[in-house]
Structure formats: C-alpha cells, structure tokens
Ligand binder design. Structure first.
Ligand code: PHE
Length: 447
C-alpha cells in the first residue's frame, strides 16, 4: 500500500524528534530522576539509551520502512514473509494498546502545561516562593473539572492534527518550535545555575551513588529510555514507513537520540538547582517541574512572558508527541476498518479521553485508591504497565525480529552502511544485549 512520505529527510528527522521530545524530557525525566535518587538513575538511563534504545530505534525504523504500512499490518506482513507466521502482529497489537493507554495520561499532563499558560500570562507567579507555586499546583490537582477541561482541549488538538495526516502540519511546528523550546531550556538552565544551588543540583544529577541503583530504579530508568525515545510501541515503526530510501537510519537515529537526551539533561540542569535552593524535595513526584520552574519565572525579568511562552512551547512539544501516539493506532486501524481517517482518529481519541479520567481522579478524588496495592494509583499503574513493561518488551521483540528473523540481505540493505563495524556492533546489541536485558528484568520482576 502506498503511504505518503515525508517531504524531505529533514522533515522526517523533525517529526521523529518531535515525537521523542515532549513531556518525557521536561516533565518525566526530572521527576523520575528525583524519585530515583539522582545521578545513578541518570547514568543508568544514559547507558540504556545508548546500548538498548538506539539499537532498538534503528530496528523499529527499519521494520517500518521495509513494510510500508501501519504497525499491525507491518508486523503481520513481515512476520508472514520472513518469520513464517503472522503472529508477530501481536507485538504491534500490544504496542497499539500501550499507545492508547499512554495517550490517556499524556493528554492530562499536557493539559497541566496548557493550564499554566494563562496563569503565567497574568503574572500569577510574580515573586512567588516555592510554597506559593506549590499551592497553585495543588490547587490545579484539586480541581478535576479544570483538569478535564484542559485535557479535552489537548485531546481535541491532537485529533485535528492526526485527522489531517501527520506528514503535513507537524513538520513545520517541530522545525521552528522544538529548537525554540531548547533555547529557552538552556536560558533557564543558565538562570537556575546562577541563582539556584548549582553545586548541589549538579552533584545530585551527575555524582552517582550506586547504592541507590536498586532494581526498581534500574527498571524505571530503562523504561524511561523507551518512553523518551518513543520506542517499543510502533510509533517509530509508523514514522519509518514514511521514510524515503535515501535516508540513513543509523545516522538519523543518533540525531533523534542526541536531541532527545540533550533536552532531558538540560531540563534537569534547569530544575535541580532551583529544587535545592528552594528547599524542595527532589523526590516530590509528578509536580516537580510545575512547582520549580514557576519560581524562576516569578523572579526573573520578563518572567511572566518568558514563562507563558515556555509553556506554549512545552504544550506544542507535547502535541507533536501525542500525535505520534495516536498516529500508529489510526494507521493500523485504517488498514482494517473502512472508515474515514477523521472518524477513526476521533473515535480512538474519545475512548482515550474517557480513560484519561482515571488519571485525573488519581490526583484528587481517587488518590487513595490503589487497585493493586503497593501505593499505586490508577495513573501510577497505567504508567508502570506501559513504560516499564509494555514498551521494553515490545522494543526488545522488535529488536529480535530485526536481528534474528529478518534476512541478512534485508537487514543490511535497510541499515545502509554495509557490514562494517557499526553494523556488527548494532547487530550484536539487538541480537544479544537487548534480549538479555529484558530477560534479567523479567526474572527480577518474577522473583
Ligand atoms: N517520547 C515522548 C515524550 O518523551 C512520549 C511518547 C512515548 C511519544 C511513546 C510516543 C510514543 O514525551
């Protein structure tokens, strides 16, 4: 089946970067680093990105380009052709479910970013202390109606873009706005370093205490690597289907992973000096960014304007990611269900929107409900099941497919760099390291 291609190689990189860079970098990475105890988490995360994330990303893009279809159709067809069974489609099926689940909470959190735009624009944080910004954030969490409103707006924006087909709009948005967001993060990082507790912030981020690297922390760091790179669920497979043959997948992958990692680290540098200077708890949880950055916005010159623009850009970054969550679902459905794209996008988004209420209520009415025990709310459970289990499992199965099931010719052709050292290192990682990592994690989870 013919699928529309990105208008240029640049457009594809931008879309993939747009998918990778989002709330995962600016909201999730800092708060996970905080709850994970700091530098040991960060180092393990970086190791996972390089040794597992990058090879899996190459594998996923490769399969997408090879198949030229939506994720489920792609794995059914490739499975039949190379592996003798369409059952590989189940891997993509799991990915579609994961995308659906992630979208449900992603939209709620992105709604928080939207909610902060007017707050900053009217100068709500001018001169605010961390206590005051914390109170504003708690006020938002305590207001499920407001959260639902912003969640609805964000989901609607996602549908509008996906309905039009992703190759159109996002490329322009990402080309201009992601670099703008990055520049603002750098300015914030410099500001925080000068005015906050730079020494403690850096020590927390980069001086590891490996006694803090429990298996639980290691698993969450690995999961975060998959989440942040948008791999393991078919997003990159769907985007890979739109990539022309002239693109070198390994090189693109390094660009995507480099941009993604840089954004996460700079966000960390912007946030932790403020955390320590304001006496906040680094392990404060999902509100960390929303409590710390407004302190800086409240104190810096033109902070209200700067902050409002920052949250606009954060919302746009979230949008180019949420689009990439909805897209693989719609792309997969489109091949099976004879309905217009807009209807499918709307239908899936509506269901995911409804599911989003589990997340909304996890922060207020149902904050004491822990369905499976362990102190985890509905939001925690959905996040855990997707980020720490489904994405790593899906990613490794895709790596195994690319490394073991695909024929050598297909693999080499898609890799596009001959069979030199780079290829051999990649093949080793997808064949052995990625599967070994998942087996260790699974054994650990069981015993
Ligand atoms: N990588 C995105 C982020 O960091 C989230 C995402 C995950 C998007 C999986 C698509 C698929 O915000």
């Amino acid at each position: 089946m013919a699928v529309p291609h990105w208008s240029s190689r640049f457009a594809f990189i931008m879309a993939a970067v747009g998918s990778a860079v989002g709330l995962g970098n600016i909201w999730k990475f800092p708060y996970m680093t905080g709850t994970g105890g700091g530098a040991a988490f960060v180092l393990f995360y970086l190791g996972c990105v390089l040794m597992v994330g990058v090879p899996v990303l190459v594998a996923e893009l490769m399969l997408g380009r090879r198949a030229q279809r939506g994720p489920i159709g792609a794995l059914v067809a490739l499975g039949r052709r190379y592996g003798g069974t369409p059952a590989w489609g189940l891997v993509a099926g799991m990915g579609v479910v994961a995308a659906f689940l992630i979208l449900s909470f992603y939209s709620v959190i992105a709604g928080w970013a939207l909610a902060y735009i007017p707050k900053l624009a009217v100068g709500a944080f001018a001169g605010a202390t961390a206590q005051a910004t914390g109170a504003v954030f708690d006020g938002l969490l305590a207001d499920p109606v407001a959260m639902a409103g912003w969640h609805t707006l964000f989901m609607a924006l996602t549908v509008v873009i996906v309905a039009q087909g992703v190759t159109g709009g996002i490329e322009r948005a990402v080309t201009l706005l992601t670099p703008a967001l990055f520049v603002m993060l750098v300015i914030l990082a410099i500001y925080a370093s000068v005015t906050g507790d730079f020494a403690r912030g850096m020590a927390f981020l980069f001086t590891p205490d490996f006694s803090k690297l429990t298996t639980e922390v290691a698993i969450s760091a690995a999961g975060q690597a998959f989440f942040s790179l948008s791999i393991g669920l078919g997003t990159m497979l769907a985007y890979g289907a739109y990539v022309g043959d002239n693109v070198s997948l390994p090189k693109m992958t390094l660009t995507i992973a480099g941009a993604d990692t840089a954004c996460a680290l700079v966000a960390g540098v912007a946030i932790f000096p403020i955390v320590f200077a304001s006496g906040l708890d680094p392990a404060g949880g999902p509100g960390l960014v929303f409590v710390t950055l407004p302190v800086a916005f409240g104190a810096m010159p033109f902070g209200s304007l700067f902050g409002a623009v920052f949250f606009v850009l954060l919302a746009v970054a979230a949008l180019t990611s949420s689009v990439s969550l909805l897209e693989p679902i719609v792309a997969s459905l489109q091949e099976r269900v004879r309905l217009p794209r807009i209807v499918l996008a709307l239908g899936v988004a509506c269901l995911s929107w409804v599911l989003g209420f589990l997340t909304i209520f996890s922060f207020n009415r149902w904050s004491d409900i822990h369905p499976l025990g362990g102190g985890r709310t509905f939001f925690d459970l959905i996040d855990y099941a997707t980020t720490n289990i489904m994405l790593p499992l899906g990613g490794v199965l895709l790596a195994v497919f690319a490394g073991w099931v695909l024929t050598r010719e297909a693999r080499v052709e898609e890799f596009g760099m001959g069979e030199g050292v780079v290829y051999r290192v990649w093949l080793f990682l997808v064949r052995f390291l990625a599967p070994a990592a998942i087996v260790i994690v699974a054994l650990d989870a069981l015993f």
